[in-house]
Design a protein around this ligand. Structure first.
Ligand SMILES: Nc1ncnc2c1ncn2[C@@H]1O[C@H](COP(=O)(O)OP(=O)(O)OP(=O)(O)O)[C@@H](O)[C@H]1O
Ligand SMILES: Cc1ncsc1CCO
Ligand SMILES: [Mg+2]
Length: 271
């Protein structure tokens, strides 16, 4: 590894550092997201590995620079891999990110997420309904899609961040990131983003790439990941009219967008 200090914690600078480092990120994600998220990671400049089997997930977590866990299509075998990997990441001092997809929908998901939370994620990233329900409040999400506004999830996000000592990111039309003390909104993106499946799951993997790059600054790393999506999404949305062509332009823009353009297009507003 070369001595490559991060120049500043601004999103553009963190993006440049992430691309220079090309961090290896282990993603235990769902069947819908696996291919999309790997392509998103490659386009943005990270190195994804979808490694989930209990036989090797822990060993791999000690090698990778960060781990992400997404329960979207969880089954007992995947869950064993998730727990093994999260424990190994914790023991190796590697950051890890939890995406609690639709954890409120079934008792199996609820209990799985409770066990994963006990393994102390560095960052939790979810939509508004997922974050509200995780804080123990009543959410109105339907399956994997949010039914609540991000604004209505802000208090829940802060409570969760304080309770679990982690960063919490709530995404939607406007994103919200908090560590319990500091909070920002990240503005940008496109209304076509929720019309393309697994972009939230892919964003969770991108958060992994940024926390791998700045493991001592998970709040700033998470903001930078969301700012990259906000900028690429907004630029793609100016060109595309429908979900299919949007998905193609968005992927291209994750590769093309410059650090300066991320800082110019995505608005990060302290709240
Ligand atoms: N209406 C919107 N306008 C602008 N950006 C949006 C909008 N809805 C979602 N986004 C962006 O889409 C990305 C994914 O967030 P979203 O909240 O849709 O995730 P999610 O519900 O977990 O998605 P999935 O479960 O399909 O992976 C984020 O970058 C978010 O800012
Ligand atoms: C559609 C879907 N179903 C389970 S996971 C997933 C991807 C978006 O969360
Ligand atoms: Mg999701």
């Amino acid at each position: 590894m070369t001595d490559d200090p991060v120049q500043s914690l601004k999103p553009g600078s963190l993006l440049a550092a992430m691309r220079r480092r090309n961090p290896l990120v282990q993603n235990i994600t769902n069947f819908v997201a696996m291919n999309i998220a790997a392509n998103v990671m490659l386009a943005a400049g990270a190195s994804p590995a979808m490694v989930h089997s209990p036989e090797e997930a822990g060993e791999f977590a000690a090698i990778a620079s960060a781990l992400t866990i997404n329960i979207g299509t969880i089954s007992p075998d995947f869950f064993e891999g998730m727990k093994t990997a999260a424990k190994a990441a914790g023991e190796a001092g590697k950051p890890w990110v939890l995406d609690p997809v639709a954890h409120f929908a079934t008792s199996y998901r609820r209990s799985a997420v409770a066990e994963l939370l006990a393994l102390k994620p560095t960052v939790i990233r979810g939509n508004a309904s997922e974050i509200i329900a995780l804080a123990g409040e009543h959410a109105s999400g339907q399956g994997v899609d949010a039914g609540d506004s991000v604004a209505s999830a802000e208090a829940a996000a802060k409570a969760l961040a304080l309770r679990h000592g982690c960063v919490v990111a709530v995404t939607g039309e406007r994103d919200f990131v908090t560590d319990g003390q500091r909070s920002v909104q990240v503005l940008g993106g496109s209304k076509l983003m929720p019309k393309v499946t697994a972009l939230g799951c892919s964003l969770t993997c991108i958060v992994g790439a940024f926390v791998a790059t700045a493991p001592d600054s998970p709040f700033e790393a998470t903001v930078a990941a969301l700012a990259l999506f906000a900028a690429a999404g907004e630029l793609a949305g100016r060109e595309a009219q429908a979900p299919g062509s949007f998905a193609v332009r968005f992927l291209d823009l994750l590769a093309e967008v410059t650090p300066d353009a991320v800082d110019a297009v995505a608005r990060v507003v302290p709240v």
